[in-house]
Design a protein around this ligand. Structure first.
Ligand code: CO8
Length: 260
């Protein structure tokens, strides 16, 4: 399928690693409705593609994404926003079962920061800047910023970032637990692929159920989350990969996972 605002490579790296690149460089990858719709459709396609195990999502060196497209939103009324229902796209992306790793360099602001946080892990270049500057244009985060950022970095810093629009750099983002790794700018994509490769070696079915279980921790009580985890743990004993993984350990050989 041909896209206008993103490029998609289902076979970017050996071992089932796909790559989606946001591709509106002149606008710093501002997330217009069309780009988000393309992103949803590409992610859904990769989620169904059996050859793909992990998806890396990047922008370019200057920007992961500088937020929602302000020019597209500027003249909208509340009812326009309601009718457009752009967050159904975000809800669909949240349902992608395969792990998505954000490779962030440069600006990850507003919806761009929210998109990175919607991914499962974040690898950043030393030049990355994270922020929720919506307050400076008279609004506030709308795609999870007040919730995911607060859960990731705690109330004090999240409140300051959301109320003042302050950016944090990659080193601080790493220190406060927002991201997984910081690497020199020339290595950010390579490092994201390396992290993806480490995941892609595992059983595809276990990866999906494990992702689902970790995410459950965000919207459930401890008791409910533990129950959910246990069910998924039991479910994996119905997979061939569990038999293979444990047998391979016993036989002291590497497992060969099939995703069944
Ligand atoms: N929307 C539209 N266009 C943008 C955006 C944006 N968010 N960010 C940058 N651009 C455009 C600029 O207008 C400029 O275009 P042009 O050359 O035609 O004037 C081009 O990208 C380059 O930008 P700058 O010249 O400003 O580049 P600088 O390096 O000087 O500055 C900054 C970079 C600091 C990133 C600056 O561009 C900036 O402040 N951008 C806006 C950041 C922002 O406020 N983001 C939050 C937007 S609101 C939001 O995200 C709401 C999220 C909730 C809904 C999510 C749904 C997707």
């Amino acid at each position: 399928m041909q896209y206008e605002f993103i490029t998609v490579n289902p076979d970017a790296q050996p071992g089932g690693i796909a790559h989606i690149q946001l591709n509106r460089p002149k606008e710093l990858n501002a997330l217009n409705l069309e780009l988000m719709s393309e992103l949803k459709s590409a992610l859904q396609g990769l989620d169904k593609n059996e050859a793909v195990k992990v998806i890396v999502l990047s922008g370019n060196e200057k920007a992961f994404a500088a937020g929602a497209d302000i020019k597209q939103m500027a003249g909208k009324s509340a009812i326009d926003m309601y009718e457009v229902d752009q967050f159904s796209t975000w809800d669909a992306i949240k349902k992608i079962k395969k792990p998505i790793i954000a490779a962030v360099s440069g600006f990850a602001l507003g919806g761009g920061c929210e998109l990175a946080m919607l991914c499962d892990m974040i690898v950043a270049s030393e030049t990355a800047k994270f922020g929720q500057p919506e307050i400076k244009i008279g609004v506030m985060p709308g795609a999870g910023g007040t919730q995911r950022l607060t859960r990731a970095v705690g109330k004090a810093l999240a409140m300051e970032m959301v109320l003042t629009g302050k950016f944090i750099d990659a080193a601080e983002a790493y220190r406060v637990g927002l991201i997984n790794r910081v690497v020199p700018v020339e290595l950010f994509l390579e490092e994201a692929f390396r992290l993806a490769a480490g995941v892609a070696e595992m059983s595809p079915v276990a990866i999906k159920l494990a992702k689902e279980s970790v995410l459950k921790a965000f919207d459930s009580s401890l008791e409910e989350g533990l129950h959910f985890e246990r069910k998924n743990f039991y479910l994996l004993f119905a997979s061939e990969d569990q038999k293979e993984g444990m047998q391979a350990f016993v036989e002291k050989r590497p497992p060969v996972f099939k995703g069944k």
